[in-house]
Design a protein around this ligand. Sequence first.
Ligand code: NAP
Length: 278
Amino acid sequence: MKNLFGVIGDPIAHSMSPAMQNAAFNMLGIDGCYHPFHIKPQDLEAGVRGMKAIGVQGFNVTIPHKTAIIPMLDGVDPLAQAIGAVNTVVREKDQWIGYNTDGKGYVRALREGYQEALENKQVLIIGAGGAARAIYYTLTSEQVTRIDLANRTLEKAKELVKRCPFPSDGAVLTVEEAAGQLEKYDIIIQTTSVGMAPNTEAVPIDLSRLNPKAFVSDIIYNPFETKLLKQAKQRRARTQNGLKMFVYQGALAFEKWTGAFPDTSKMEEIVRNQLGGK
Ligand code: NAP
């Protein structure tokens, strides 16, 4: 029988993980298959038990279960615990152990796209939600500490920085304050949902003061190029969308389950095709 893997969420039909992960199993000749499981919040505990009962070896966790699942697991890796969210669960000695590969997936994508040392670069993160927390805590865990954080709701940004378990020495700003000193940033990481389809005309920050040498990264991948990235390109900055983050978080989960790291360029092609090949 094939080893069974999957993703749980509500809704789940839109997930691109099954196509991407099944392709990875095929590419590597590993006898596994990956299914989407629609589990509603009120059924989460029973669902997690059920995954074990039917022999699932590992699964991804998506909206809205990433935080709620933590008390239902047998163990949680320290970085995922600090982030307060689990996106990958591995069956280890018949126990469910939770990890977070979102932040590591993002940082891997950033290192690939930016191609310069990140340490000592001046970074701005816009947003203070779940994705921002994963990225901020992973960057600081990798000694990238000069990170300013800007968010619409300032209190949420302050809380995120206060709870960070790794050393960091950036400021917490309003989005307007960050825009007013934008020329100082080498790397700008956009993590809010502003600009995501269908609201593709929205822009989360004014780029008038953007340094053309900056690298602007938007973790949204639908659309492939947000209005923010278009504006950054017009100002001659280098840009990266969220596709590689998505692919790398999946590849790192796959590696946790199987010990093998898949070909991410093939996975990226599959997600791109799923999104309409734009
Ligand atoms: P979240 O926890 O709900 O956080 C949302 C963030 O967006 C908060 O900072 C929120 O600000 C801000 N925001 C929302 N609407 C806004 C508006 N109208 N004006 C200004 N700020 C606004 O969401 P998340 O899980 O972090 O996800 C955020 C985005 O990242 C989504 O677009 C998601 O698709 C994308 N994402 C991509 C990947 C990937 O693999 N590429 C992975 C995860 C997430 P407040 O605090 O003020 O509400």
